[in-house]
Write a protein that binds this ligand. Structure first.
Ligand SMILES: Nc1ncnc2c1ncn2[C@@H]1O[C@H](COP(=O)(O)OP(=O)(O)OP(=O)(O)O)[C@@H](O)[C@H]1O
Length: 232
């Protein structure tokens, strides 16, 4: 299971007269295996919130707990290990190593976790799960955008994480490719039981989630199931 509890989370970038309050006291409880969309206008604090939950950045105050463990109190090494093993990340711009093959990219989190034995077989299976087994040996920078995002999804899931974070996963793709990537993300979310936390501008993608949290000016504006939102 993977359930987050965020308490009074704040994030201030910069200091003094240039200080900017990107999160202004966000409290949120997620449920195990939930799919959650974080939506809102550009600059509202969506990525900042995802980065706090994913241990990519530290909050200024407040706490982030996962299954009852306060992650904000972990030492740096423990936080790195937890992020690598329990979290998977997919970003708008893929973030693959362009010179490495697809399968080499997917083995990276396993090697970081010290699980080199069997890494290639596990990476190949993960590529198979995203429909790219036949491109395992292809250099990442020669793949299409949609294929690169599939490699990124395979890399995010190869460690069998408890949580899959996706920040604008379809933002760099045309709508047809974006829809195919969305299908893959949700199929794997259902198949693996990993929680899915998505930052998106896409209303179609948000509508697929169990729950939609809208952020405005660093605070939660609304928190609804998509059906309820459609009826409102
Ligand atoms: N490292 C940083 N230093 C200073 N300000 C930052 C930093 N990162 C983000 N910000 C600011 O914090 C605010 C929230 O940024 P964030 O990226 O979380 O917004 P967002 O809702 O994800 O926006 P978008 O939809 O455009 O990606 C923005 O005004 C942004 O300029």
């Amino acid at each position: 299971m993977a359930a987050f509890e965020l308490r009074a989370l704040t994030k201030v970038y910069g200091s003094g007269s240039s200080a900017f309050r990107a999160l202004r006291g966000v409290s949120l409880t997620t449920h195990p295996a939930e799919s959650l969309a974080i939506v809102g206008e550009s600059g509202s604090g969506k990525s900042t919130l995802l980065n706090m939950m994913g241990l990519l950045d530290a909050p200024t105050s407040g706490t982030v707990s996962l299954d009852g463990v306060d992650l904000t109190r972990l030492r740096a090494g423990a936080a790195d290990r937890l992020r690598n093993r329990e979290f998977g990340f997919v970003f708008q711009s893929f973030h693959l190593d362009p010179r490495m093959s697809a399968v080499e990219n997917v083995t990276v989190p396993l090697r970081i976790a010290g699980a080199s034995r069997g890494a290639r077989a596990r990476a190949t299976a993960a590529l198979d799960a995203v429909g790219l087994a036949d491109r395992a040996g292809t250099r990442a920078d020669t793949l299409s955008g949609g294929q690169q995002q599939r490699v990124a999804i395979a890399r995010a899931l190869v460690t069998e994480p408890r949580v899959l974070f996706a920040d604008e996963p379809t933002g760099a793709l045309d709508s047809e490719t974006g829809e195919a990537i969305t299908e893959t993300l949700f199929a794997l979310h259902r198949g693996t039981g990993a929680s899915l936390i998505i930052v998106t501008h896409s209303s179609a993608l948000a509508a697929r989630c169990d729950r939609v949290v809208t952020i405005r000016d660093g605070a939660i504006l609304s928190d609804t199931a998509p059906e309820a939102e459609a009826m409102a």
